[in-house]
Design a protein. Sequence first.
Length: 386
Amino acid sequence: MNVTQPSRRSLLKFGAAAVPAVALGGLLPAVARAATSPSGVQLRMPAEDGRHVRTFMAWPALSSVWGNALGGVRNDIAQVAYQISRYEPVVVLARPEQAADARYTLGGGAYYSITVVETANDDLWIRDFGPTFLTGPGAIAGLDTNFNGWGKTGTSYYQPFANDAAAAATLLSQYGVDRVQAPFVGEGGSLEVDGEGTMLATVSSLVNANRNPGKTQAQVEQDLKSSLGVDKVIWVPGLAGQDITDCHIDCLARFIAPGKVMLDKPGPGTSAQWVAVYNETKSILQSATDAQGRPLAITELPGPDRRQIRGTGKDFLSSYTNYYTANDAVFAPQFGDTYADGVAYTILQSAYPGRAVVQINIDNIASGGGGIHCSTQSQPVVPPAV
C-alpha cells in the first residue's frame, strides 16, 4: 500500500435544513421491521435516478488514511459538492473540530445550498457507510447495512472506521427518520437496483466471510430481498481481495432504467484480472432477465487508456461507470484522456437525455480507489401516499 495515498476503499420526511445533533442510545429512532414502515407500508430501495430531496456527502477526516493527499482530496470533495449543489441541496458530514475548515473550503455557504452537519466520521465514502434509503407510499426509512470497514480488519487495506460505522444511525437520529437494521453486513456501493424489483450485486463483496461469515449465497440473497424490497438478484462473480471493496457493483454495472444496464468496459492498460471480470459480467447480463421477465439491454461505457490519464497507481479508479445521478444532472469523472472523456460524455448524454452531464476532475479521490458515486448518497423524495 502506498503510504501517502493508501487505497480506500418514522415516516417523517427530512426537514429543509439540518437539525442539531442529538445523543445516541435511547434517543435513537426505533428499529423498524425490514422493508416495512411502522405503519405497515411496504418499503423498497428506489432507483437512484428518481427525484432527490438532497445529497449527503462526508468530509475526509484522517491524515492517517490519506497522508499528504488529504488536502487535495478535500478540494475534490468540495468541487463535487459545489457541482451537485447547482441541482439539489447538499449536506456534508464533518467532525465538529473540522466543521469550520469544511465550511470554509466548501465556500462558506456562498455556493448554492451546501450545509455542513457536525457528525463524527472517519472518511468520505458515505455511499458505503451512510444509510441506504427505503421508500413507500407516504413513507421513508433508512437501512443501516452494519458497515464493518469492508471487512478489512487485519489486512493491509485496514483503516479506522468506528465513527463511520455509527454514522448511519447518528444521521437517521439527527433527522428523526426510522432506522432499519439490515440482516446482513454490506455497503451501499454493493447495492444496485432498478426500483422495480431487480438488483445487481457481486458475489465477491457480499457472499464473503469478511462480511457475512457462514452465510450461503441463497441466505444473503434472502436477506437482500427482505430488507431492500427486491424480488430478484442478478449475481455476477466480481473479484475478491484485489481492492478494498472486493469489487463493488457500482464501479462495474449500473441500471440506467428498468431493463437497461450500463456496463463498465476496461480501457487499454487495464490488468487482465479486471478484463476477465468485465467478460464474465457481460456474459451473465446478456443472458439475464429482470424481475419483470425483460432481457437486459446493455450499453457499454469504455474506460480511459490508463497510459493517457493523469492519475497513477494500481488502485486508481478509472471507471466512468461510478457516476452519480442527481436532479436533472449526471456527475461523472474526467480523467485527462481527452478522447475517452469525450466518448463517456456522449454515451452518458445519450443514456440520460433529460439531464446535464457534468464531468469533474476527481483524481485525488480516485487515487484512493473510489469515485463520485462512492462519495455521495441520495435522499429520495417520498412517494405520494395512496
